[in-house]
Design a protein around this ligand. Structure first.
Ligand code: GTP
Ligand code: MG
Length: 131
């Protein structure tokens, strides 16, 4: 998911190009907006964290671009492509190193397991839209 800071900065195209050039196939993609409540559901795993309320406000502050991506070893390879959560620690050339503004407004989200990728894909896309 390309996050609100990167979409509003006009970086959707540059980020999508990096994703495709890294060998990911875009199976589904759209531009949409999360309500604060839906953002809270998406990041429910973090609801006890001190930054949860800010995160929900930020994630519902503007359009996002969720995608379903396909590749061998996709979860691990995508997390390598996006870099560390904190852009100060993200390796040079990673998406967060190039485009993130802060540890919160960090340009992009990547699923952390195959199981969560399936859950998150279903969160944004109906099966009908996938074909
Ligand atoms: P995602 O791919 O978005 O899940 O990021 P991540 O897996 O690298 O990090 P994590 O799941 O731990 O945190 C989810 C999101 O919460 C991050 O991407 C940030 O947008 C935000 N976040 C994480 N840590 C902090 C923090 O310390 N402060 C604030 N304000 N936001 C944070
Ligand atoms: Mg995470």
């Amino acid at each position: 998911m390309i996050k609100p800071d990167a979409v509003s900065a006009g970086n959707t195209g540059a980020i999508t190009k990096m994703i495709e050039e890294a060998g990911f196939r875009i199976v589904a993609m759209k531009k949409t907006l999360l309500t604060k409540e839906r953002a809270g559901q998406f990041y429910a795993i973090h609801k006890e964290r001190p930054f949860y309320n800010d995160l929900c406000n930020y994630m519902s502050s503007g359009p996002i671009v969720p995608m379903i991506l396909e590749k061998e070893n996709a979860v691990e390879d995508f997390r390598t492509l996006i870099g560390s959560t904190d852009p100060q620690k993200a390796a040079p050339g990673t998406i967060r190193n190039l485009f993130a503004k802060s540890i919160e407004a960090n340009a992009i989200h990547g699923s952390d397991s195959d199981a969560n990728a399936e859950i998150e894909g279903n969160f944004f896309f109906s099966r009908l839209e996938q074909f």
